[in-house]
Design a protein around this ligand. Structure first.
Ligand SMILES: CC(C)(COP(=O)(O)OP(=O)(O)OC[C@H]1O[C@@H](n2cnc3c(N)ncnc32)[C@H](O)[C@@H]1OP(=O)(O)O)[C@@H](O)C(=O)NCCC(=O)NCCS
Length: 203
C-alpha cells in the first residue's frame, strides 16, 4: 500500500491530501508541529515533522511559508520526496517539475517551462510557455504568468495576480492578490495594485 506522509496539517494540507489520493496514495498520514492539531480533514495527525525521518513512506511538505517549507524539505532525503500533479492539470511538452512540488487541479503549465523544487502551483493558476520558476515559489490560486516569466526562489505570486510576459520577479517578493506586474521587480518586497507598486521593503 503506497503511504504518503504530509507535513503540515493546514487547509493547504487538505488540498494536498486530495491531490495525493488522486495520485494513487492509499494511506495518507499527517505530521504537524502543533501538538493541538489532531486531524486534517478525515486524516490523522500522527506526530511531529522531525519524525518523518524514521517513518516509511514518501513525504511532501504542505506548508505555505516558503522558508519553513524549504527548511523542512531540505532536511528530507530527495529520494523520499513525492511530486504531486493533479490528474486534471494540463502539462505541456518539455516541462520539468522539481521534487516536492505540487500542481493542483485546473492548472495549465505550457511548453518549455521549468518549475523548481518545493513549488506550489495552486488551483486554476497558469504558467505559460518558457517560464522559469525558482525553488519554493508559490503561485497562488488563479494567478497567471504570461510567457517567458522568470520568478526567483521563495517568491509568492498572490491569488489572481498577473505577471506580464518576459518579466523578472526577484527572490523573496510577495505579489499581492489581484496585482498586475508590468515591469521587472528587482528589489525584495511586497507589491500590490494595478500596476503593481512596492508598499513594503520586505515580504
Ligand atoms: C499584499 C498582502 C500580503 C499585504 O498584507 P499585509 O502585509 O497584511 O498588509 P495590509 O493588509 O496591512 O495592507 C497594507 C496596505 O496595502 C493595501 N493592500 C493590501 N493588499 C492589497 C492588495 N492585494 N491589493 C491592493 N491593495 C492591497 C491595504 O489596503 C493597505 O492599504 P492602506 O495602508 O491604504 O490601508 C496581502 O494583502 C495579500 O494580497 N496577500 C495575498 C493573499 C493570497 O494571495 N493568498 C493566496 C492563498 S492561495
Amino acid at each position: 500500500m503506497r503511504q504518503l506522509i504530509i507535513i503540515g496539517a493546514s487547509g493547504h494540507g487538505k488540498v494536498v491530501a486530495d491531490c495525493a489520493a488522486k495520485n494513487g496514495y492509499e494511506n495518507i498520514i499527517f505530521l504537524d508541529d502543533d501538538k493541538n492539531v489532531t486531524h486534517c480533514g478525515k486524516y490523522k495527525v500522527v506526530g511531529r515533522s522531525k519524525e518523518a525521518a524514521r517513518m516509511s513512506g514518501d513525504v511532501i511538505v504542505a506548508i505555505g511559508n516558503a522558508n519553513f517549507r524549504r527548511k523542512i524539505q531540505t532536511s528530507i532525503a530527495e529520494n523520499r520526496l513525492s511530486t504531486l500533479i493533479h490528474p486534471e492539470a494540463v502539462i505541456g511538452d518539455d516541462v520539468e517539475i522539481g521534487v516536492g512540488s505540487i500542481v493542483m487541479a485546473g492548472v495549465v503549465i505550457n511548453s518549455g517551462s521549468r518549475i523548481g523544487k518545493g513549488v506550489i502551483v495552486n488551483t486554476s493558476s497558469s504558467i505559460d510557455h518558457d517560464c522559469m520558476i525558482g525553488d519554493f515559489v508559490h503561485v497562488a490560486v488563479g494567478a497567471h504568468l504570461a510567457g517567458s516569466v522568470l520568478v526567483d526562489d521563495n517568491s509568492w505570486i498572490g491569488a489572481g495576480a498577473i505577471i506580464n510576459n518576459n518579466l523578472h520577479v526577484c527572490s523573496s517578493c510577495m505579489i499581492g492578490a489581484g496585482a498586475v506586474v508590468v515591469k521587472n521587480i528587482e528589489e525584495e518586497g511586497t507589491y500590490v495594485g494595478v500596476p503593481a507598486k512596492r508598499i513594503m521593503n520586505k515580504c
